[in-house]
Design a protein around this ligand. Structure first.
Ligand code: ADP
Ligand code: MG
Length: 240
């Protein structure tokens, strides 16, 4: 579903991504972790062209992410993204937030978009919040709205960039539960997170990054019980 081959990204003369190779299969859940500044956000931002890579190739479901705007449009439409900051529109209700893109981009009729939105809000367990504004919701609820909003476009891939890092501790579980349910439903997911319980439970593979490189890739068992690289061992000892 996602292929990265020799991907490089420079910011000026700083190399944020060095020769990244990564293949994510259909329905696979890949957790990406690593120290701050290691290039995790840059990696997933390159996949939907929020950043343009400088070398190598990126394909999403066979469509190359490149200068061709039609390709970028296709990939963005098929890729849902959830950020650390929820980025909901504050002047729109929850329902309006979730129906906006399907109505404007997919030209769905209001009724149809609303019916889908309500199903998705039920899926993330907040249908009763549909008519509230984001400011009236807790952080955990807002992040679940952000997930529902991304799903409303019926993406083939979901990218999460530290979706629980900005939440109060008591709200982390409700967001992770929504993500676990999504993973079980067969969604292809790349999740940047340091929630190692989540990684153990749902990741098919864990990717460890440092200094713009993929240092180690393995199953959660391999990653936690038997990491090979010194940098991985050090990182794990610091976060567990
Ligand atoms: P992570 O998400 O792993 O913390 P990032 O991908 O955000 O790391 O950043 C990787 C490196 O690239 C960092 O050193 C960061 O300062 C740098 N970087 C990220 N975005 C930009 C940018 N727009 N301009 C310049 N440097 C950037
Ligand atoms: Mg980041």
């Amino acid at each position: 579903m996602i292929v990265l081959e020799g991907v490089q990204k420079l910011f000026g003369d700083f190399q944020a991504l060095r020769d990244i190779d990564l293949v994510v299969g259909r329905q696979e859940v890949v957790v990406v972790c690593g120290p701050s500044g290691s290039g995790k956000s840059t990696l997933i931002r390159c996949i939907n062209r929020l950043e343009a890579h400088d070398a190598g190739r990126i394909l999403v479901d066979g469509v190359e992410v490149n200068d061709d705007v039609r390709n970028v449009q296709t990939v963005r439409r098929e890729t849902g993204m959830v950020f650390q900051s929820f980025n909901l529109f504050p002047h729109m209700t929850v329902l309006e937030n979730v129906t906006l893109a399907p109505r404007q981009v997919r030209r769905q009729a209001a009724k149809e978009a609303e019916a889908t939105a309500m199903e998705l809000l039920e899926r993330v367990k907040i249908p009763e919040q549909a008519h509230k504004y984001p400011g009236q919701l807790s952080g955990g609820q807002q992040q679940r709205v952000a997930i529902a909003r991304a799903l409303a476009m019926r993406p083939k891939v979901m990218l999460f960039d530290e979706p629980t890092s900005a939440l109060d501790p008591e709200m982390v579980a409700e967001v992770l539960d929504a993500m676990k349910e999504l993973a079980r439903s067969g969604m292809t997911m790349i999740v940047v997170t340091h929630e190692m319980g989540f990684a153990r439970e749902v990741a098919d593979r864990v990717v460890f990054m440092a200094d713009g490189e993929v240092v180690e890739v393995g199953s959660p068992e391999h990653f936690f019980e038997d990491p090979r690289e010194e940098r991985t061992k050090l990182f794990i000892s610091q976060i567990l």
